[in-house]
Design a protein around this ligand. Sequence first.
Ligand SMILES: Nc1nc2c(ncn2[C@@H]2O[C@H](COP(=O)(O)OP(=O)(O)OP(=O)(O)O)[C@@H](O)[C@H]2O)c(=O)[nH]1
Ligand SMILES: [Zn+2]
Length: 360
Amino acid sequence: MQISPEQLVQLGAIGWRTETLLPADTVGKLVRVIAQHRNGYRVHDGVEEFGAQPAPRFLKRDADPQIRPAVGDFVLLAPLGPALIETVLPRRSLLTRAAAGERYQRQSIAANVDSVIVLMGLDGDFNPRRIERYLLLIEGSGALPVIALSKQDLLSADNCAAAIAAMHEVVPPQTPVFAINAKDEKSVAVLLPFLGLGASVVLVGSSGAGKSTLTNTLIGHQRQATGEVREHDSRGRHTTTHRALIQLPSGGCLIDTPGMRELKLTGEEDLAAASFADIDALAQTCRFSDCAHAAEPGCAILAALASGELDQGRWDSYIKLRDERDAASDSLEAQLKRKAEGRVPGKALNKRTAEKYGRS
Ligand SMILES: Nc1nc2c(ncn2[C@@H]2O[C@H](COP(=O)(O)OP(=O)(O)OP(=O)(O)O)[C@@H](O)[C@H]2O)c(=O)[nH]1
Ligand SMILES: [Zn+2]
């Protein structure tokens, strides 16, 4: 498929990367999914947004939810007729979470996200422990975590430096950590390297952390710099804050998904790979390989806690996340089992019938 240079720039502004695999014989229109509603999708072609429906195969009940188009996906629409999503292009990342509710389900939150900016206020909101939950969700997704500590302006330089140091203790070594004043354009400029052309970013953080403030500051540039962007908005709306995909003046785009608000572990997270590699390494040196780290002799964890080498708070938060993960994992297993049984309904039914009526 031929994409004109002009189109490439437009697509870049909604996060398209030229290295994304696009078969030479591709036909159809390339667009990005920017929102998902009960009755269809909203897509963006780099110039404007419109509605689209998924091809029937995505709606099959037994279809893996992860093959379905998700917010952030680049998709191909059928070449003719009404907007119909036919193909989901390969993803460079996928953020998932356990769906709220009793039955365990893995739900796509956002595809093709390059960085997740985790916002945490340097006020009462500040708690380095709580960052682990976010890191665990980002780990394995293909996206880079970026920690932004807001409300820097409310703290002395010394206290800010101490908070950044405390955060570095918790996050993996290469993770960027910044202190920012979300209201100040100059201050938020430290985030610009993550917001260039072709970049897609998601903002997460607890209520009051400054997500809306940061978003508005980032858009503020745009309002001043490129008045013509508004001309595309035929409905005369100038508010961009509730758009699912916000194009930033720095070239990148912000995906604003409500699904990020309620975060739940999915049961597949690898705690060791996330931010607990040291605890995992320590546990390997316990005398018994199945050590429960409760009262066993030769327990390396208990020894490290006693000597202070391992922080009690860090251990507690590891246990809490591990239990949460295991609980999610149990329900994942149960779900997969239900699914497997459901796949051979005839056989299962025959077996039940045989049991009931004593036939074989
Ligand atoms: N001084 C200062 N105030 C900030 C900063 N960031 C946010 N605030 C203030 O904190 C309050 C909450 O900020 P919001 O941007 O609404 O927070 P939010 O994360 O969008 O919150 P929800 O919409 O509830 O998820 C507002 O009064 C902001 O003005 C900052 O860096 N410095
Ligand atoms: Zn042990």
